[in-house]
Write a protein of this length. Structure first.
Lengths: 154, 154
DNA sequence: CTAACTGCAAAGACTTTGCTTATCA
DNA sequence: TGATAAGCAAAGTCTTTGCAGTTAG
């Protein structure tokens, strides 16, 4: 789905629930629908502030809570990062390599992923438990090259 | 690997690094090596207190930090739970179904998992990026049956 | 108009840090 | 016996909440 359709769809969902579409919310949606990164609340806040200097972090969190409740955004954490990151579903799900020592995160390119995880199979697993799948994540934990080198000292 | 071998291995690693093996740490290790759940720091703390009533949460966190640094425990978060959970690797990796609305988590039985994710393939992906795989996680996000029913109101 | 939203500040929840006393090796 | 760990309390982060003023519909 392209960015504009996605935006329209969400805006429509807001209307249906009689939630209001404010400029601040619009700015957040645009960032979520165009960014291919997993941004934290603070990062989203900084980007919105570029357009709306008076925006507050609390508003960002409140809007994210609404979007989560609507199932339009996914909140995830990596390693032992203290903050959550938000995924607007415009990213093709792909595995992350996460270093358990230094928390370095590397994205795995998706070419191989398609064959690795059979999407239809995953969906079927979810449905068997009565869940309606929206997204999934697949993360691999280990030691990055630098931390492996350090490990040799033991 | 069985529980005792696992324990021995970790104790040996402590010795090699000249870290000390205290009763509190031993208690934590035993819980991590025998529990098949993903326990939070608070839950670990409660279980240790059954044996050592004066133990503090800070000590639990400090020991978990040591174990993380050694790559002997995995810290993960689910949904928008505020607290981290710790996995001592005695659990066969299995997918979780997580409801994005109410955060309900269901474990997927592992029979199907083996065929779903080809472990050797995953390891190879990690190695191609220079990472040494320790563990992985695979989580499916969606709506649980109850939240789907509620969704129909819109 | 008026119910919903914003933005500030204050409160919460979990985790980390500092410091003194205790203890493993 | 000396460096490391425990336990307490205080400080830090990130996130949520309460409330007065503002605004979308």
């Amino acid at each position: 789905m392209n960015t504009n359709d996605r935006l329209e769809q969400i805006i429509e969902k807001f209307r249906a629930r009689e939630y209001r579409m404010t400029p601040q919310r619009m700015a957040l949606l645009e960032i979520l629908c165009t960014s291919t990164e997993h941004l934290s609340a603070a990062e989203l806040y900084e980007r919105i502030r570029a357009q709306f200097p008076t925006t507050s972090l609390a508003t960002v969190y409140k809007t994210l809570a609404v979007l989560k409740e609507m199932g339009e955004v996914l909140e995830i954490s990596f390693g032992s990062d203290n903050d959550s990151h938000y995924d607007g579903y415009n990213v093709m799900p792909h595995p992350h390599l996460i270093c358990v020592r230094c928390n370095k995160i590397v994205d795995v390119e998706t070419t191989a992923t398609q064959t690795l995880i059979e999407l239809e199979h995953v969906k079927a697993i979810a449905e068997r438990a009565g869940y309606k799948m929206i997204n999934h994540r697949f993360d691999i934990y280990g030691l990055c090259p630098a931390c492996q080198a350090q490990e040799e000292n033991y």
